[in-house]
Design a binder for this molecule. Structure first.
Ligand code: GSH
Length: 224
């Protein structure tokens, strides 16, 4: 049986969606973020050394295994339980699948996280005489580095989705599931006026029955 160690309101939501899409049996162990720090509880360190979510354990078919890191979990589940979520090897669609599976956490999420952190610095509690300095530095990093990179990434995604219904090939794959979280997070924090295809894509995945079922299983999720 697969167990998803699910942290509320987190990337782990997409693993629940993947499992609903695959139609395999699984159970969920729920973990709650600390209300103040938003950190995961320390029980997650008992499952994997980094103490993050998602992480899954699977005691089938033969040996018990633990898999961490969303992209690796999606790839593992697709390989083990449903090849339909991976395009055929050595095809253009397969190369796209690998690309977007890695792009999500490797390129896009770091930029979105930097934006979140530097935006937070501007409003963090601090002595009044420090604020203009902190704000100045944050605005400089945002303006010179972070925002141009976020825009570049988002323009690139918009371009791709203006010509493709899905990220890899002509049907949904694990790459779509992996890309869902950063796009949802962007939509929650950014005006999407310049990204109509990306916005429509996120709205489309939100209507899927499997996505809705995963939401019921996972509990409150800010980005749906
Ligand atoms: N790249 C990792 C990121 C894992 C990660 O940072 N998860 C967040 C939830 S979205 C987490 O566990 N945060 C709680 C913490 O850092 O204490 C993945 O995609 O699995």
């Amino acid at each position: 049986m697969i167990t998803v160690h699910h942290l509320n309101n987190s990337r782990s939501q997409r693993i629940l969606w993947m499992l609903e899409e695959l139609g395999v049996d699984y159970q969920v162990k729920h973990y709650q973020r600390d209300a103040e720090t938003q950190q995961a509880p320390k029980e997650l360190f008992e499952i994997h050394a980094l103490g993050k979510s998602p992480v899954i354990t699977d005691d089938a078919p033969k040996t018990a295994i633990t898999v961490a890191e969303s992209g690796a979990i999606i790839e593992y589940l697709a390989q083990a339980y449903g090849k339909d979520m991976i395009p055929r090897k050595n095809t253009a669609a397969y190369r796209q699948y690998i690309y977007w599976l890695h792009f999500s956490e490797g390129s896009l999420m770091p930029q979105l996280l930097l934006k979140l952190i530097f935006d937070k610095i501007k409003t963090a509690p601090m002595p009044f005489f420090i604020r203009p300095i902190a704000k100045g530095i944050a605005n400089k990093v945002l303006g010179n580095y972070v925002l141009p990179n976020v825009k570049n990434n988002m323009d690139f995604i918009e371009d791709h989705l203006s010509e493709n219904d899905w990220f890899a090939g002509d049907k949904m794959t694990g790459a779509d599931i992996q890309m869902s979280f950063p796009l949802e997070a962007s939509m929650a924090r950014t005006k999407m006026d310049d990204y109509p295809h990306t916005k429509a894509y996120v709205e489309k995945i939100h209507t899927l029955e499997t996505y809705q079922k995963a939401l019921e299983v996972g509990g409150p999720y800010d980005y749906a």
